[in-house]
Design a protein around this ligand. Structure first.
Ligand code: ASP
Length: 304
């Protein structure tokens, strides 16, 4: 049987000790385990990397303990505004959406854009109209907003806290047929301006996949990741410089470090099934399963 593997992340961020409660940490670990299993089951049964990354990311979107789908952080207006992208390394087909509301799973919407094949990017109201036409599941604002995100938003508007970085979810996979794929989804940065677009929906920024090298999904300071085109940087380092995937992710994170300061995390997988989970901050929620091995789940940078 050919090698197959899946790697997921639930956001990279710098956290002070005590900022993550033990209950929240336990729930995030359980959420990561469920999501990685959902993607792995598809790979294990011979399904595609594209379906696997979508399944893993949908699971994280449904989980209010991650900043994507339900539990997305709120923009300055107190609204949910979500971004997502998905890319198939087989043929470089891709779909991406940004500033989307009401769509229960933005990653399914990005997938519908990919499957339709007419366009790659859809934004805002146009993307929501497309979702309705495609019959995707919709939800009212109170499905997405949770106690924690409302409280964080209130702290920002009452100027008790500045805008904070708020994580993202993503997945990369290699299937038994030798294909790689990536999916990334986010509620963005809490307190962001309406209409702000981070790296997550941008191909080459937060997501990239190509069967001639690897797949990569980023998390962290979106403006910085965008300016460095970090997902494509990982691809280029593997393809043209022949770096191992972990080395490529580390080099991408350190690219022009003086100009590109911020939290950065990248997961990657190459076409041999080697995996990478790299970050420059103390937290990156992450999990992986390689072949039929046991799942590995971690949150703190130094724990595995
Ligand atoms: N990269 C995401 C964004 O800028 C946020 C994050 O990953 O923390 O929207």
């Amino acid at each position: 049987m050919s090698k197959y593997a899946i790697v997921i992340h639930g956001g990279a961020v710098t956290m002070k000790p005590g900022e993550l409660t033990p209950e929240e940490e336990a729930q995030q670990r359980e959420g990561l385990r469920q999501a990685v299993q959902a993607g792995w089951a598809i790979l294990h049964h011979g399904g595609t990397a594209l379906d696997a990354v979508q399944a893993a990311v949908s699971s994280l979107e449904d989980n209010e303990h991650f900043n994507a789908g339900r539990g997305s952080s709120l923009n300055l207006q107190g609204e949910v505004q979500m971004d997502a992208s998905i890319m198939d390394g087989r043929n470089l087909k891709a779909g991406a959406v940004n500033s989307v509301r009401y769509v229960k799973n933005p990653i399914r919407l990005a997938r519908a854009v990919l499957d339709k094949g007419q366009h790659v990017y859809l934004a805002g109201e146009g993307a929501v109209e497309f979702a309705l036409r495609e019959g995707l599941e919709m939800a009212s604002p109170d499905y997405f907003e949770v106690k924690k995100t409302r409280k964080q938003w209130l702290e920002i508007v009452q100027q008790q806290a500045g805008p904070r970085q708020q994580d993202t979810v993503g997945a990369v996979a290699l299937d038994q047929h030798g294909n790689v794929a990536v999916a990334t989804s986010t509620g963005g940065i809490e307190g962001q301006l309406k209409g702000r677009i981070g790296d997550s929906p941008v191909l080459g920024g937060g997501s990239y996949a190509s069967n001639d090298a690897c797949a990569a999904s980023c998390t962290g300071d979106g403006e910085v990741i965008l300016r460095g085109a970090l997902a494509h940087e990982v691809y280029a380092l593997v393809k043209y410089k022949g770096l191992a995937i972990a080395e490529a992710c580390r080099e991408a994170i350190n690219l022009r470090n003086d100009d590109l300061q911020g939290d950065k995390g990248i997961i990657g997988i190459d076409i041999q099934g080697n995996i990478a989970l790299e970050c420059n901050c103390n937290v990156m929620r992450r999990a992986y399963i390689v072949g039929d091995e046991e799942p590995v789940v971690a949150i703190w940078r130094d724990e595995v």
